[in-house]
Design a protein around this ligand. Structure first.
Ligand code: TEU
Length: 583
């Protein structure tokens, strides 16, 4: 029998508060909005919700810049709303995890305000300060050549105290100095204990491998033409990470043995390093998000690449790498399965087809694939109804994220406004921008897509992000109660996953047709049980060849489900998915 845990068995639903449901007509989602949809989430078959940052914040990076861990962003609601959200979630038999963003704070956080106030402030060393260096011409230079995750240098000069501070993300997100034990204790109290005491069941831990970065020397030059260099291998997985995580676990264990953590693990391709966090022996994080699948085909900068510059075999290999964490090396680790989150374009647009005639089929096929993968399954809001990217025609003004904006501005500056280069940058953003996941949820075909009922005159009379153009055809109300819809299919597949829990959640994964450019066939095995999953990632009908490729015997396969009503024949329809049990 598998070593079952609630956080392994259960399906997690990720909520992005700004875009989920607006209850008060100010154009932005809020906590009462989330509470009003808990029954909907429960009905989908969800066990756990993950709520993205709802803390007080200037919203430079949409809440990942926290100015007060112990308060709620007023447009989202109040602390009392959080208490209600936690108790209402638990009342429905679900769990709730929050985002733990502790690599950095907002520059508006009281800690940073103190830290920057003078060089001898007791909190000076709660952030990472460095003196200037000067080049041969006497020009001031940042302490190293690192590139921020959102472009530009990771260093910003502070005029008042004449030193640079480090920020791996925007300048408004200064990095905390984890080497200070006083700083660490403050983080544990404010960001963790405060919420654990309120009963949250765990955390999604933002950029969990970036806290330890003692080596601030220059990164190797990997791009001769770039102003700053990729330094991810230097600031990720530093030497003190494991001792910090042991401290974090000690805090969690003050609140029982059952708390879960899922950490974001960027820039970590080496399975041995992944296992050093998630193997049962290490026991530092319950599981991690690895980015192999969502980064498939991306170049050194995610926007500097043809978005469809990957083949299906690349995608399959990436899925295999994340699935193999489960059994890699010791066989005692745990993994995650996901295709979307608030930092990604929509999966139908990226990995299948969002053409109107293929959207529904694609959404169901990806649902089937995901529900058959091992590890904890994460579904991102809107994925369950098959929401797709914003239309290509939308102008740049609709793109409001700092990641896209900075990239576009950089291309503009470096190319001297070259229209061809700008068009290329825009196209990349239209494929890969984080905004696509941040469009309001289309709840129905009415005003503001049922997401909001924006009051005239307020907030410009508009939702904070424009609703997707297709909200009249693709929305929750239309799909509720329709078993043929993407939503209906997700419900059925989540149920199937639960009915074959050991096989589908805990089973061993194997790719059958790695080289095939059109189909993705894989098997799942648990003891004597075996399932075969077939997905057609092409717009063509593909003959059903599972026998030849896998050595599996079609006559001994029991049909379980297809995304195409009752399809059992010898060919897969465009974007069809199918699952069989092998007897
Ligand atoms: O993202 C961490 C991260 O690695 C990002 O660089 C991510 O790869 C990028 O957004 C892709 O474009 C987390 C959060 O998920 C993200 O929303 C935050 O902006 C970031 O941390 C900073 O807190």
């Amino acid at each position: 029998a598998p070593d079952r845990k609630w956080w392994k068995d259960g399906v997690v639903y990720q909520i992005y508060p700004a875009s989920f449901k607006d209850s008060n007509g100010d154009g932005m989602g809020d906590l009462p909005g989330i509470i009003s949809k808990l029954d909907y989430i429960k009905d989908l078959g969800i066990d756990t919700i993950w709520v993205c940052p709802m803390y007080d914040s200037p919203q430079i990076d949409m809440g990942y810049d926290i100015s007060d861990y112990e308060n709620v962003y007023p447009q989202f609601g109040t602390l009392q709303d959080m208490d209600t959200l936690i108790s209402e979630t638990h009342a429905r038999g679900m769990r709730i995890i929050l985002d733990l963003v502790i690599n950095h704070t907002s520059d508006q956080h009281a800690w940073f305000q103190e830290s920057r106030s003078s060089k001898d402030n007791p909190k000076r060393d709660w952030y990472i300060w460095q003196p200037a260096t000067y080049d041969s011409s006497g020009t001031r230079q940042p302490p190293n050549n690192w590139r921020s995750n959102f472009g530009g240098s990771v260093w910003t000069w502070d005029e008042a105290t004449e030193e640079y501070f480090l920020h791996l993300f925007t300048p408004e997100q200064p990095d905390l100095n984890w080497e200070s034990s006083a700083c660490r204790e403050a983080i544990y109290d404010s960001a963790m204990r405060f919420w654990l005491a309120k009963g949250v069941d765990g955390f999604r831990v933002d950029t969990v491998n970036m806290y330890s970065k003692p080596d601030l020397s220059d990164a190797p030059i990997t791009d001769e033409t770039a102003e700053f260099q990729f330094a991810g291998l230097q600031y990720c997985n530093g030497p003190s990470m494991h001792s910090y995580l042991n401290e974090i676990n000690a805090v969690l264990s003050e609140y029982g043995k059952d708390k879960m953590t899922v950490g974001e693990l960027p820039n970590t391709p080496d399975p041995a390093v992944i296992l050093s966090y998630v193997s049962a022996a290490a026991n530092e994080l319950s599981m991690v998000f690895q980015f192999d699948v969502v980064d498939v085909g991306m170049g050194p900068h995610k926007f500097q690449t043809e978005p469809f510059d990957f083949t299906l075999p690349d995608f399959k290999r990436a899925v295999r790498r994340t699935q193999e964490i489960l059994g890699a090396g010791t066989g005692d680790a745990w993994t995650t399965a996901f295709l979307e989150n608030h930092d990604q374009a929509r999966s139908i647009s990226r990995f299948a087809s969002d053409a109107p005639e293929h959207r529904v089929a694609s959404g169901k096929m990806l649902a089937l694939m995901l529900c058959a993968l091992s590890g904890t399954l994460f579904v991102y809001q809107g994925q369950e109804i098959g929401m797709v990217n914003a239309p290509m025609e939308w102008p740049m003004e609709e793109y409001k994220d700092v990641d896209s904006g900075n990239y576009y501005a950089m291309v503009d500056r470096l190319s001297g406004g070259d229209p061809e280069k700008l068009a290329e940058a825009k196209r990349a953003i239209q494929y890969l921008g984080r905004e696509h996941a941040r469009l309001p949820i289309s709840w129905d075909g009415g005003k503001d897509a049922g997401f909001s009922d924006v009051k005239e005159g307020e907030v410009g009379g508009k939702t904070w992000m424009r609703v997707n153009d297709d909200y009249e055809t693709c929305n929750v109300a239309k799909q509720l109660g329709d078993p043929k819809s993407v939503l209906g299919y997700w419900k059925r597949m989540i149920q199937l996953r639960k009915n074959f829990l050991e096989l589908l959640v805990y089973g061993a994964f194997e790719v059958v047709d790695e080289a095939d450019e059109k189909t993705f066939c894989f098997t799942k095995t648990w003891g004597e049980q075996k399932a075969v999953v077939l997905c057609n990632f092409s717009a063509e009908t593909v003959p059903f060849k599972v026998d030849e490729k896998s050595g599996l015997d079609f006559d001994r396969m029991e049909w379980l489900d297809s995304t195409v009503d009752g399809a059992k024949g010898a060919a897969l329809a465009p974007y069809e998915g199918r699952i069989y049990l092998v007897e």
